[in-house]
Write a protein that binds this ligand. Structure first.
Ligand SMILES: Cc1ncc(COP(=O)(O)O)c(C=O)c1O
Ligand SMILES: [Zn+2]
Length: 397
């Protein structure tokens, strides 16, 4: 491919397992060396981009254009994703004796969840690489985002979703013109169906971490958190964890910002907390040493559909983030996550997805256990809006 001048500082793709470099100028899935995720590596050096220049830029994730993998601006497929509000939760904080509690509301993204970030990047790269169709196994939100961004790009979309997913997710995919395939089971069963449907490779498979670019969209949450807090990071970040791209991506952003000199190397990074549902908590189970890894884990459905990921391929990367950040992993019950949604609604006017309810409920538990101290700054990442989950939440108020 001819290399035109580009604003992106992307150099190559690096195997997450062995570090081997792979080209970023061709279709890439898992690394050919280890069948592991590929991570975008940029040519970053201190002072190469000034963080003070950011203030005049577009209010979307594209404000970080040098740190994103799209080479040509005309290939960007955007619906205005990113730069979501970071809200202070004063009333809940007062009620529970916390001094500094905030929430980044990803429910305000196009298609109602943070999945818009990752799929905007993945579909942009699909366009840049000349793909004609994309396929995805999904718990719901990522499928809706794929359908929307493919429609925007003029690509075909095939979305494979568990049959028990709330109807709003299915209807929205159909509205965007996607082909919807329903499967009995969880997202791992949908992934098997994707393999079967895409044996000839006609579609670009945008499964979590099986292509390099969704992670790059998700990492922009980390850049935004730093910028919106004037480069003073919170002490703790609560993240509802399924496939783990957000957790891995936010941590990648913090490391990149250290390389850029946007964060000083001696400034402590937040402790990252992976929150899961008791019905499906493979990362918590491995983190607590109750299994060697998630490869045989059996999960059950949960009201937080996005957390029903029993065998995430990114497990080693997630565990690294938890260890490097001195973080932890915690599971919450179905009742507790609904209580969390209710409290965010009643006290703060935020209708979070059950995944967001789960992180508030987990925060209260960690405060009770003394793992979070009352004067620490805790940031909740509400990953989606509750609006599409009505089938799950009806009558629970
Ligand atoms: C609302 C919501 N929160 C969290 C998740 C889990 O995200 P990740 O795969 O980044 O762990 C999902 C995934 O479907 C989701 O839809
Ligand atoms: Zn490798």
């Amino acid at each position: 491919m001819q290399l035109l001048t580009t604003i992106s500082l992307l150099d190559d793709l690096c195997c997450a397992n062995c570090g081997h470099a792979h080209t970023a100028h061709a279709r890439q899935t898992l690394s050919t060396c280890c069948q592991a995720p590929l991570l975008c590596r940029y040519n970053l050096s201190e002072g190469s981009i000034s963080k003070t220049d950011l203030s005049t830029r577009v209010a979307s994730l594209w404000r970080y254009e040098e740190l994103l993998p799209v080479f040509q601006p005309e290939n960007r497929v955007s619906l205005g994703e990113g730069f979501t509000p970071l809200l202070s939760l004063g009333r809940l904080a007062d009620q529970y004796g916390l001094h500094n509690l905030s929430l980044k509301d990803e429910g305000l993204n196009p298609t109602g969840s943070f999945k818009a970030r990752g799929l905007s990047l993945a579909i942009s790269k699909a366009k840049e690489n000349g793909e004609r169709a994309c396929i995805i196994p999904t718990a719901g939100n990522a499928g809706v985002a794929t359908a929307a961004y493919c429609a925007r790009a003029g690509l075909e979309a095939v979305v494979v979703m568990p049959r028990h997913t709330p109807d709003a997710f299915k209807e929205e995919c159909l509205a965007y013109g996607a082909r919807l395939v329903l499967v009995d089971g969880l997202i791992n069963d949908c992934a098997a169906k994707v393999q079967e449907l895409n044996q000839n490779g006609a579609c670009f498979d945008v499964s979590t971490l099986k292509e390099p670019y969704r992670l790059e969209g998700k990492k922009t949450m980390g850049y935004e958190i730093a910028e919106q807090l004037n480069w003073q990071l919170p002490d703790v970040i609560m993240y509802p964890t399924g496939g783990g791209t957000g957790l891995i991506g936010i941590w990648k952003a913090f490391r990149e910002m250290q390389q850029l000199g946007w964060l000083s190397a001696d400034q402590p990074l937040p402790r990252m907390v992976a929150v899961q549902a008791q019905e499906c908590c493979p990362i918590v189970t491995t983190f607590e040493g109750k299994q060697a890894n998630c490869k045989q884990y059996i999960g059950k459905p949960t009201l937080a559909n996005g957390l029903a990921v029993p065998r995430p391929i990114g497990e080693p990367l997630m565990l690294n983030v938890l260890r490097e950040s001195a973080g932890t992993a915690i599971a919450v019950s179905e009742n507790d996550m609904v209580d969390g949604v209710r409290e965010l609604c009643r006290h703060e006017g935020i209708f979070a997805a059950p995944e967001g309810g789960a992180i508030w409920s987990a925060t209260k538990k960690l405060v009770q256990q003394g793992w979070i101290l009352p004067d620490e700054h805790v940031l909740l990442l509400n990953t989606g809006s509750g609006q599409k989950y009505m089938d799950n939440l009806k009558g629970k108020w």
